[in-house]
Write a protein that binds this ligand. Structure first.
Ligand SMILES: Cc1cc2nc3c(=O)[nH]c(=O)nc-3n(C[C@H](O)[C@H](O)[C@H](O)COP(=O)(O)O)c2cc1C
Length: 355
């Protein structure tokens, strides 16, 4: 039996397989409210057999959006629209999680296909950004360093966002601690030069992330899985390192996280990455520490055979894919067909199962 199609139990949820949809921003929301694009986009992966769909980086506060077009979870209206999307996914036999995010110093930027790049000026709807320290990301406006009260507000925003996500019916919550966004900005010495209890030692740099994990676990209750996405490396000298990420991963689990989704990069504008198939899988293996910390691997995993090999190697418990799902929203059906795995086909599609 293919490992990829063996179920995974996390707390009260049994995920039907281990080929999951990685969170992907669609930059198509209006005032943080998901639109019809999101509804069809996310539901198609459920019909396509995904074990779990993690919906895009969704801001817990308006100023935490990467761009003005990001989805949000800071209002009841946003929650109610998400609830309908959750229902659509459940109707198709799928499960869906939400990535809770705050972009920090990388907020208020143009969406990728906008005519301009960099920070959105106030006149065009941009807003001032916050970060651990007043250190700008290359090419972006300088952020304001968060004071003690600002940090409390961030924790409260994650808690409120998590509560709304639970109320919307999501099957899992993912804390976005990666890609150079706010929580990762605290983790990385390249973006955090604070001298208080949130800067300096690894314990201090991880303090905000762990407070957020505590708050999200509290909102999730004992039954709902909580994932944490980490960048295992900054791909830059003096930055956050895989050994530190392994320690932080263990701390997250001790604080109630169920799985670490292991990504990389995002702190510097021109990282030195050796891009090749499965380039981040070794980081998932490091953080997994032989099975002590459940992990997900992500990054250029594009075929069923490759995904199966990642699991067989013991590097990860699940495989996340991003772009392959965009090329083929039925990636899991195809993978099951190729590996001879068991997947619940939508009755409407059964004629494609065998030949
Ligand atoms: C269109 C697009 C949007 C993305 N948005 C997010 C996001 O919201 N949150 C996140 O953690 N990663 C995001 N990513 C990164 C993916 O989740 C994934 O980690 C990355 O694409 C590598 O996996 P892949 O090679 O399978 O695509 C995005 C990637 C793409 C292509």
């Amino acid at each position: 039996m293919a490992l990829l199609f063996s179920p995974l139990v996390l707390r009260s949820r049994t995920f039907r397989n281990r080929l999951w949809v990685s969170p992907m921003c669609m930059y198509s929301a209006v005032d943080g409210v998901p639109q019809s694009w999101h509804r069809t986009h996310l539901a198609q992966f459920a019909s396509g057999g995904a074990g779990l769909i993690v919906a895009e980086a969704t801001a817990v506060a308006a100023e935490g959006r990467i761009s003005p077009r990001d989805t949000g979870i800071w209002t009841d209206e946003q929650r109610d629209v998400w609830a309908r999307i959750v229902e659509d996914v459940h109707d198709r036999g799928g499960m869906i999680g939400l990535q809770l995010a705050h972009a920090g110093r990388k907020a208020s930027t143009w969406w990728p296909w906008a005519a301009e790049g960099g920070s959105v000026p106030a006149a065009a709807g941009g807003w001032p950004t916050v970060a651990p320290s007043a250190i700008a990301f290359e090419g972006f406006a300088a952020p304001v360093a968060l004071d003690a009260e600002g940090i409390e507000q961030v924790v409260a925003a994650f808690a409120a966002g998590a509560r709304r996500a639970v109320d919307a019916g999501f099957d899992a919550l993912e804390v976005h601690g990666a890609h150079g966004y706010l929580l990762h900005q605290f983790l990385s010495p390249l973006s955090n030069d604070r001298s208080d209890e949130y800067g300096g030692s690894l314990e201090n740099r991880a303090r905000l992330l762990l407070r957020v994990v505590d708050a999200v676990r509290d909102a999730a209750g004992p039954d709902l899985p909580v994932l944490v996405r980490l960048s295992a490396t900054d791909y830059a000298e003096g930055g956050f390192m895989p050994e530190e990420a392994a320690t932080v991963g263990r701390w997250c689990v001790a604080h109630g996280a169920d799985l670490i989704d292991v990504s990389g990069g995002g702190t510097v504008a021109r990282p030195r990455i050796d891009l090749r198939p499965g380039y981040q899988v070794p980081f998932a293996a490091t953080i997994r520490s032989g099975g002590e910390v459940p992990t997900g691997a992500v990054g250029l995993i594009t075929t069923a055979v490759q995904a199966e090999e990642v699991l067989a190697s013991g590097a990860a418990d699940v495989v996340f894919a991003g772009r392959e799902w965009l090329r083929d929203p039925h990636f899991a059906l195809r993978a099951a067909h190729e590996l001879g795995g068991e997947v619940e086909w939508p009755a409407q599609y059964l004629r494609a199962r065998w030949r």
